[in-house]
Design a protein around this ligand. Structure first.
Ligand code: F6R
Length: 262
C-alpha cells in the first residue's frame, strides 16, 4: 500500500464506468454461486435497490441467459422497503426486484425476501425480529451488495443509526425523500417511513461490496473511506468490517485523497 492509499481505510477498486464495474461484481457473485453449487450449499445474497445496482442486475441476468448461470441455489434478502407500501405499487422494492432481477432468472421466488411494507404497525417489531431470524436460519449473508445515500446511509440506516442497530421501522431523512422523489409523482408521495435491516445486520455479512457511481457520490464516498467512524456517516461503520470493499467508477472516486492530493 502506498503512502497515499493509506488514507483509505476500506479497500477501493476503481473502474472506468459502472458497466465494467458491475460486470466485475457480477462475475464475483457468479463464481460464489457456482462454488456453493459444487458444495451442495445455498448462496445467500443481500441485495439493494435504487438506481445503483440496476447495471449489476442487468449483468447477472445476462450471465443467466448467455452463460447458463443458475440461481436455483440462491436465497436473497433485500435491505429495505418503503412503509407503508403495497408490493405491487410502482415504487415498491418488491416490484423493483421482480422487474430488474427475479422475473428474469431461475430463482425460486419463495427463497427471495423483501421486507413487507404492508405489515400492521403493531406487528413491525415482531416482523423485524423474524426477518433477522430468517437470515440466520439461511446461514447468514454470504455476499451483501450495498449502494450509498448522499448522506452516507446504507440500507435506510440514516445518520444517527447506531453500530448495533437491527431490522426496524425508521423515519426517512428529507434528503433521502428528495433524492428518491423521481420514483414518485411528487415528494409528498414519498413515504416518510421504511423498514430497513440494521447496521449490525449488514456488518454480519461475510462479504460486503458497496457500489458507487457518479461524482455526486464522491464526497460521501471519501468521508466513508477516509473519515472517522461515526454515526453521522453510517457507511463509515463499514471500516470495521474485515471483508468489505468499495467498487467505484472514476467519478465516485474523484474526491479520494490519492486523486485530490496526489
Ligand atoms: C436501497 C438502499 C439505499 C440505496 C441508496 C442509494 O435498497 O438500500 O441505501 O442504495 O439510497 O440509492 P441510489 O442507488 O438510487 O443512488
Amino acid at each position: 500500500m502506498s503512502l497515499v492509499d493509506s488514507f483509505e481505510k476500506i479497500p477501493v477498486q476503481i473502474f472506468a464506468d459502472d458497466k465494467i464495474a458491475s460486470a466485475h461484481v457480477a462475475r464475483e457473485i457468479a463464481d460464489l454461486i457456482r462454488q456453493k453449487q459444487k458444495e451442495g450449499k445455498p448462496c445467500v445474497l443481500g441485495l439493494a435497490t435504487g438506481s445503483t445496482p440496476k447495471t449489476l442486475y442487468k449483468e447477472l441476468v445476462a450471465l443467466h441467459r448467455h452463460q447458463g448461470l443458475s440461481f436455483k441455489n440462491g436465497i436473497t434478502f433485500n435491505l429495505d422497503e418503503y412503509y407503508p407500501i403495497e408490493p405491487n405499487a410502482l415504487q415498491s422494492y418488491h416490484r423493483f426486484m421482480n422487474t430488474h432481477l427475479f422475473d428474469h432468472i431461475d430463482i425460486d421466488k419463495s427463497n427471495t425476501h423483501v421486507p413487507d411494507g404492508t405489515i400492521d404497525k403493531n406487528d413491525v417489531r415482531a416482523y423485524a425480529a423474524t426477518y433477522e431470524k430468517k437470515i440466520e436460519l439461511a446461514g447468514g449473508i454470504d455476499y451483501q451488495v450495498l449502494g450509498i445515500g448522499l448522506n452516507g446511509h446504507i440500507g435506510f440506516n440514516e445518520p444517527g443509526s447506531g453500530r448495533h442497530s437491527g431490522t426496524r421501522l425508521v423515519a426517512l431523512d428529507n434528503t433521502t425523500r428528495l433524492a428518491n422523489a423521481y420514483e414518485f409523482t411528487s415528494i409528498a408521495q414519498v413515504p416518510r417511513l421504511a423498514i430497513t435491516v440494521g447496521i449490525n445486520t449488514i456488518l454480519k455479512a461475510r462479504k460486503i461490496v458497496l457500489l458507487g457511481w457518479g461524482i455526486h457520490k464522491a464526497p460521501v464516498i471519501r468521508k466513508s473511506v477516509e473519515g472517522t467512524v461515526t454515526d453521522h456517516v453510517p457507511a463509515s461503520f463499514l471500516q470495521e468490517h474485515p471483508n468489505c470493499s468499495f467498487v467505484l467508477d472514476e467519478g465516485a472516486a474523484q474526491e479520494l485523497t490519492r486523486f485530490k492530493t496526489p
